[in-house]
Design a protein around this ligand. Sequence first.
Ligand code: AGP
Length: 621
Amino acid sequence: MCGIVGYIGPRVAQEFLLEGLSRLEYRGYDSAGVATIGPGCDFEVFREVGRIKRLAQLVHEHPSRSGIGIGHTRWATHGAPTVQNAHPHRSANGELILAHNGVIENYDEIKNRLLKLGYQFASETDTEVIANLIEECLKQRKRCFPHDSERAVGLEAIKDAIGQLRGTYGLVVMFREWPDAIFAARLGSPLVVGVGEGEHFVASDASPLVGYTDRIVYLADHQVAMITADSLEVSHRDHGLVDHDIHELQLDANSVDLNGFEHYMLKEIFEQPSALRNTLRGRLNDDDATAVLGGLNMTPSQLRSIKRIVFTACGTSWHSSLVGEYMLEEIAQIPVEVEYASELRYRNSPMWDNTLVFAITQSGETADTLAALREMKRKGHRTLAICNVIGSSIAQEAEGGIYLHAGPEIGVASTKAYTSQCLALAMLALHFGRLRHLSYADGRAMIEQIRAVPDAVQQALSSNDTVKRIAAKFKDCQNFLYLGRHYNFPTALEGALKLKEISYIHAEGYPAAEMKHGPIALVDRNTPSVFVMPKGFIYDKVMSNLEEIKARGGPVIAIAAEGDRRIEKMTEDVIFIPHVSEFLQPIVSIIPLQLLAYHIAVMRGCDVDKPRNLAKSVTVE
Ligand code: AGP
């Protein structure tokens, strides 16, 4: 949702800005713009509705050699997706220009104040309010210190202004008076600074930096940066200068390019074996028969004292949390609750002492998940995260956790993050189990089963052709049911979510036995039921549920274990997957469902990487 880029240095800024914005396209947007500072310190601003390609065309008609600029992709919140509302926004008297991610809750009140002071507004956005507020703060500062022309005045004006804002912001600002500096500020919306040789890059996540620099600074909330080509100063909004650590960025071009695949989603589906290996790397200890999760930042006795776990998340991450609930309760015998973050943040549910809260998130930026984490932290609970994006807001605010190391996930539909989350949760279950009743022998057995997962996923991917055939057969259906039980009930939910978000087909996931309590009324010749039924203790029960559907004339697609001859007699549309232990089945059984959603969406002509109305990370409530 919205993306920011900025550049200062010897390169042609427009080139980096456009490439950076293309790398951020996956976040979801409906308009885009870039601004540079040209000769005579004039702002050169180009904004377009629609895709970056259109903006690039406009920019190429008016090329600029400027070495300083900012750019933005906007996902409309305040005001329709129009050129006037697109960022960057100039302040009323043209003193500065800025781009903003986030939402300003008290913008109306500030706008009224500024209107009374004579400020004019050209857009309906909350962002333009920030631009005019900074201009007003600059004016007041200059009134008090008329001879001060240092760019630190600009920095202080920004600090004065953001001190009055309520809401979230990632901001990049350029002043007409200081054409050799970019200013950046963040609160609840990520910003990173790439450090190069005689140049700096700014972005709302690390992907635009790949190939330009591997040195990165993650700004924290309330930090403000003053950036020139060869200097970077970070200060706290209310205090003075703060130290900033430079981290190594561990991404290469392959991780952000399509690499020959038609879509990021397909690339990411096929990357799952290697993503899973990265999630496991260095975390299985045969000697102690446990998982090594040092990032939890808790001693064994602290972990032993935990009486209850709460997983909080949204969307696909909520589904992996459900898988985690089944795992932790069965393997480690710890009571687990799974809470939608959007509900938990306001629900005020009674929380016991010794409750450990995990926020589970791919992006680490989901507003509801961040808010739920903060609320739990405020109540005094220990808060950890299972997160993919390094340095993200949730990763920074949690007191520890597990990084997935699945690599950048660009397709809006989450795939590899989901399976990596499930695998991280399996390791968490092993770790907790071994602190409690799980024997050395059981721990060793679990390690072997966990190690086998990446190869099993690789094998499951070979079902691609069969899935494609089945997709062609059912692509025109308007409704799908997804059914599974026990560990594969979350798989059914996740399979249905994948289909609906990228193909716009109505799909519902249920525990298979719940069908007879209502949804079975939906079954007819045109409503396929996708049964997730690998071998396990519940198999016979699921088979009975399948017979109930068949008896009512509903077509059945089955995800079943290799060698299952019984299922072949029930339907010709079977997708076989390799057998793994039951607690690991969700990681393997979701593969054909991801592929099914992908192929159906492509066959229906949908834009799978940028589905309508959706954004990759949902940074608004
Ligand atoms: C998944 O395919 C969705 N696009 C969405 O449900 C997503 O999982 C959800 O918004 C949570 O995102 P997060 O994992 O980055 O917090």
